[in-house]
Each structure stands twice: as C-alpha cells, then as structure tokens.
Design a protein. Structure first.
Length: 85
C-alpha cells in the first residue's frame, strides 16, 4: 500500500503537493466519509428490499438544517426485492 497518498490527504495536499481545494481538516474529511458510508448502508438495509440509488456522486450529499448529512436525488432509485427464504 502506498502510504504517500494517505499522508497527502492528512496534510491537505494532493499527489503533486498542491494545497487542498477545500478547508476541511483531515478529521472532518474522515467523518464526512464515514457519514457518506453510513447513508449508503442505510439504503442497503431498507426493510422492504435494498434501495439502489443508481447515481451516487459526491455532490449529491447535502447537510440539512440540523447538520445531518443526507443523500439527495433519488430519481433513478429502485427497490431491489428479495425473498428472505
């Protein structure tokens, strides 16, 4: 594993050593990534069947008024039905 890429992320630089294009700290980036993964896990754990978003892109996550990260734009989403037997 190339640890240089991880070190760049922690230092807010890209592979060329240029400064990050945002002002998020490394901790904020990790928390943001975890929240994104949690929203996808919720879709996959939907009781009526797995929700398939079908168009997940970083700009589709938004923060609501209380600061919770939510996934947006479900116009292509489908419920994948399954039989528990």
């Amino acid at each position: 594993v190339d640890m240089g890429r991880y070190e760049d992320a922690l230092n807010n630089t890209d592979e060329a050593g240029d400064a990050s294009l945002n002002d998020m700290s490394s901790r904020e980036k990790l928390v943001f990534s975890l929240e994104m993964a949690e929203t996808l896990a919720e879709l996959h754990g939907f009781v009526e069947g797995v929700l398939v978003h079908d168009d997940v892109q970083p700009y589709q996550w938004l923060r609501n008024g209380n600061g919770t990260l939510v996934l947006n734009d479900f116009n292509r989403a489908e419920v994948m039905l399954f039989d528990r037997r």
